[in-house]
Design a protein around this ligand. Structure first.
Ligand code: FAD
Length: 659
C-alpha cells in the first residue's frame, strides 16, 4: 500500500451509517475540521432498518428534512393483531392506536434506512464541504492518555487505508443492471430514486490501496455492531445471544390477507409474524424460523446459514393460512439471530465516544435500532462540535454517557419484553400482552420522554419538582411541540422547526401578555440584561465565545408571547428580538405568538397551557442545541441563567484555545 503521510483533524468519525452521519451533521453545521470514513464503497440502498419514531422525526424537522420523509415514507399508527379463532381461521383484534399519537406533529413512519442516509448526506452537503470518505477503513489505533487534558493535543492516532473496489463493494452492488440474484433485486435502476442511483453508479472504484496516519483530538466510533473502535479501547459488549432465529423479507406481496397493508402481527401456534407496510407497495415481514427442521444441525442447534428465501416464504404461508401468500419481487432479505448486548460505558477519557450499534444491539423488531443510533449521534455530535470549536466546556462531554447509557438499558429492557412475546405465551392473550408492553414502554420508545438526568446541561429542581414558572417544561425533556404564528406575517411553524438544530443554545422568552405595561417592562428589563444597553454593563449574550464563521453568538434569543397578535405589534418588542441590517432589513423570525388561527386547527393558541405557563407572566427557558430543555426560570432570573450558561459555555476572556 502507498503511504500518504500524516495529517491532523479535530474530529474523526469512523462509520457513516445512521449514527455516524448524524454526528457528522453537527460537524458540518458548526464548521468543524472533521473527517468521516466508512469501509463500504457506498451507502445502504435496500434493507436494514425502516422504523422512524416520532421523536426522530422531530429531530429531522429541526435539521430541515422531515418533509422528505413525509413525502416518501409510510405512516403506521394503528396496529392490528390477528389470532387463530380455533376453527381454522384468523380473526382481527384491534385496531390499537396509542392515546398519545397526537402529542407530536409527526406520527411514526416507515422508510428505508438508505433514504434516511441520503437525507442526512444532503443536509451535511448543504452546510459544508465535509464528504464521507468511502472505501476507507480504520486499521490501527493509538491513544496517548497524557494528552487527554490538553485541549490543543491530538491524543488519537489512527491509520486509515483506502480499500480496492473489490474490498469496498459487495458483489451484489457490482453488477447492478444485470444481477438478478434475490439479494440484489432492490439495487436496480427501477427501484432506486435518481439521487441514490447516481451515487451507486459513481461509487468509489479505487484500484490501488493507500494508507494514511491521521491524528485527531476527538474520535467518534459509529462503526456498527462489530465495532472496531470499541475493541481498540477494550470496551466489551456485554449480554447474550438467544437461540431465536428470524428471517426478514422486504417483498411486494401477492396475498389475500386483508391487513397485508397494515401494521400488525399474525399469530400461529409456532410463532408470530410482524407485518410492516412499506413504501413502493412493499411489506416487511419478520418471520420466526427456529422451529424449522431444515435449519437445525445434528446437535440440535440452529444453523442460520441454512435459511433461504424459500424457507422464509413457506413459513409465512403456514402462519398466514387460510390466507394466501406469495411474491415476485423481493427487494432484500436476511436471516438473523437475536441478541441483547450493551457496552458498560460509551466513552473513554472524554476523547473517544461510541454511538449506535457499536454499543447496543438488540432485535430489530422493536423498530428502534436506527432511531437510537441516530439519537446517540445527535447527542454526542453537538457536544463534540462545540467543545472542539472552543465554544463549550469540555466537561459537557461527560453527559453523553450519562444521558444515553440509561436509554440504551431501557431499549434492551423493552426488546426483552417485546421479542419474548413473539415466541412465548398463549395465542389468545397475545394481543393484550403486546398492547401492555407497548403502553409500558411507549413514552421511551417514541421519544416523548428522554429521561436525561441532572447535570451541568440539565438543571433540575430537587426531587424532580415541577418548575413553578413552567410546570410542564421539564429540564432534561424535549420542548413539547406547539404550532405558533409568526408575529410579523402570520405564517405558522411548529416549535420543532423553529428551534432549529444549528449549534446554538436558545433562550426562549415566553413573554406573556405584552399588552400589559408592567409585563412589557419585565420583558424589556430582561432583554436589556441579555443584550446590554447604554447603562447596563451585563451583556450576557456577549460573554461567550461565538461559533466562529457561523454565528456571532453561541446563544440565540427568541420570544413567544401570549397576546392576540392583533393587539401587539412587531415594533412593541425590544430591539434584540428584531435585529436590523441596513441592507437586509429586519429579521422577523424571532417573535412568535401563541394565538389561535382559524385556518389551521393545529395552531390552537394553547401552547402556554401545554407548557404550564401563566399567560400573563410568562417564563424563560434555555433549550440546548439538541432541543432538550436545559434550564427554566422566571424572566428576572438572569443571574441564575448566567450561572447555567457559565457551566456550559466558555467565556471569551477565558478562552485560550487558538480557534
Ligand atoms: P451501522 O449502520 O452498522 O453503520 C456502521 C458503519 O461503520 C458501516 O457502514 C460500516 O461499513 C462502517 N465500519 C465498520 N467498521 C469500520 C472500520 N473499521 N472502518 C471504517 N468503517 C467501518 N434495524 C431495524 O430497526 N430494523 C431492521 O429490520 C434491521 N435490520 C437489519 C439488518 C441487517 C443485516 C443489519 C446489519 C442491521 C439491521 N438493523 C435493523 C439495524 C440497523 O440497521 C442499525 O441499528 C443501524 O444501522 C445502526 O446504525 P449505526 O450507524 O450505529 O451502525
Amino acid at each position: 500500500a502507498k503511504d500518504n503521510g500524516e495529517s491532523k483533524t479535530d474530529v474523526l468519525i469512523i462509520g457513516a451509517g445512521p449514527s455516524g452521519l448524524m454526528a457528522a451533521y453537527w460537524m458540518a453545521r458548526c464548521g468543524i475540521n472533521a473527517r468521516i470514513v466508512d469501509k463500504r464503497g457506498t451507502k445502504v440502498f435496500t434493507g436494514q432498518a425502516d422504523g422512524l419514531r416520532m421523536r426522530t422525526l422531530e429531530l429531522f424537522d429541526s435539521i430541515g428534512f422531515q418533509h422528505r420523509v413525509q413525502q416518501e415514507g409510510h405512516v403506521a399508527v394503528e396496529a392490528n393483531f390477528w389470532v387463530p379463532d380455533g376453527k381454522g381461521n384468523l380473526i382481527r383484534q384491534g385496531p390499537h392506536c396509542s392515546s398519545k399519537a397526537n402529542e407530536s406533529p409527526f406520527r411514526n413512519m416507515l422508510l428505508n434506512q438508505g433514504r434516511i442516509e441520503r437525507f442526512l448526506l444532503d443536509s451535511i452537503q448543504a452546510h459544508s464541504d465535509l464528504q464521507v470518505e468511502r472505501g476507507v477503513i480504520a486499521e490501527t489505533f493509538e491513544y496517548d492518555e497524557k494528552m487527554e487534558d490538553d485541549p490543543n493535543g491530538y491524543p488519537i492516532t489512527v491509520k486509515l487505508r483506502t480499500l480496492s473496489d473489490e474490498e469496498a463493494n459487495p458483489s451484489s452492488l457490482r453488477v447492478t443492471e444485470t444481477n438478478h440474484t434475490a439479494a440484489a433485486r432492490g439495487v436496480a435502476r427501477g427501484n432506486l430514486l435518481l439521487d441514490d442511483w447516481n451515487e451507486l453508479v459513481t461509487r468509489s472504484r479505487a484500484k490501488e490501496t493507500k494508507s494514511e496516519i491521521v491524528k485527531a483530538k476527538y474520535l467518534i466510533g459509529c462503526d456498527g455492531a462489530h465495532s472496531w473502535t470499541r475493541k481498540q479501547v477494550n470496551i466489551p459488549l456485554e449480554g447474550s445471544t438467544t437461540d431465536h432465529v428470524w428471517g426478514v423479507i422486504d417483498v411486494v406481496p401477492i396475498s389475500d390477507f386483508p391487513d397485508i397493508r397494515r401494521l400488525g402481527t399474525v399469530t400461529h401456534a409456532s410463532g408470530t409474524i410482524l407485518v410492516i407496510p412499506r413504501e413502493r407497495n412493499m411489506v416487511r415481514l419478520y418471520v420466526p424460523v427456529q422451529t424449522i427442521e431444515a435449519v437445525t444441525t445434528s446437535e440440535g442447534r440452529f444453523d442460520r446459514s441454512k435459511i433461504t428465501l424459500e424457507i422464509i416464504k413457506q413459513r409465512v404461508q403456514v402462519i398466514f393460512a387460510p390466507y394466501t401468500f406469495d411474491f415476485q419481487v423481493c427487494d432484500w432479505w436476511a436471516a438473523y439471530q437475536i441478541g441483547q448486548r450493551i457496552a458498560p460505558t460509551f466513552s473513554k477519557g472524554n476523547r473517544i465516544f461510541l454511538a449506535g450499534d457499536a454499543v447496543h444491539t438488540h432485535s430489530p423488531k422493536v423498530g428502534l435500532g436506527m432511531n437510537m443510533s441516530m439519537q446517540d449521534g445527535f447527542n454526542i455530535g453537538w457536544k463534540v462540535a462545540l467543545v472542539a470549536s472552543g465554544v463549550a466546556q469540555p466537561s459537557i462531554l461527560g453527559t453523553y454517557d450519562a444521558e444515553r447509557h440509561r436509554l440504551a438499558e431501557m431499549l434492551l429492557d423493552f426488546d426483552r419484553h417485546w421479542s419474548g412475546l413473539f415466541t412465548e405465551g398463549d395465542e389468545e392473550s397475545k394481543p393484550q400482552n403486546m398492547i401492555k408492553v407497548v403502553e409500558l414502554f411507549e413514552d421511551f420508545a417514541d421519544g416523548r420522554k428522554s429521561f436525561y438526568g441532572a447535570s451541568e446541561l440539565v438543571w433540575k429542581l430537587e426531587n424532580d419538582r415541577d418548575q413553578p414558572a413552567a410546570r410542564h417544561l421539564t429540564p432534561g425533556e424535549r420542548f413539547p411541540p406547539v404550532k405558533l404564528r409568526m408575529q410579523a406575517d402570520g405564517n405558522l411553524r411548529w416549535t420543532t422547526r423553529l428551534l432549529e438544530s444549528d449549534g446554538r443554545f436558545r433562550v426562549v422568552i415566553l413573554a406573556g401578555d405584552m399588552r400589559e405595561a408592567t409585563q412589557k417592562d419585565r420583558v424589556l428589563a430582561l432583554t436589556q440584561s441579555l443584550s446590554g444597553s447604554d447603562e447596563n454593563e451585563s451583556l450576557v449574550l456577549d460573554h461567550y465565545t461565538p461559533i466562529v464563521g457561523h454565528f456571532d453568538s453561541a446563544i440565540d434569543v427568541i420570544a413567544i408571547h401570549s397576546a392576540p397578535w392583533t393587539e401587539v405589534e412587531f415594533f412593541d418588542f425590544p430591539k434584540i428580538l428584531r435585529p436590523f441590517d441596513p441592507v437586509r432589513g429586519w429579521n422577523y423570525d424571532k417573535i412568535w405568538c401563541d394565538d389561535a388561527c382559524i385556518w389551521n386547527k393545529d395552531c390552537d393558541g394553547k401552547g402556554y397551557e401545554r407548557w404550564g405557563v401563566d399567560r400573563m407572566r410568562g417564563a424563560m427557558v434555555v433549550v440546548r442545541p439538541d432541543q432538550y430543555i436545559g434550564w427554566v426560570g422566571e424572566l428576572e432570573e438572569v443571574d441564575e441563567l448566567t450561572r447555567y450558561l457559565d457551566g456550559v459555555l466558555i467565556r471569551k476572556a477565558a478562552n485560550n484555545c487558538p480557534h
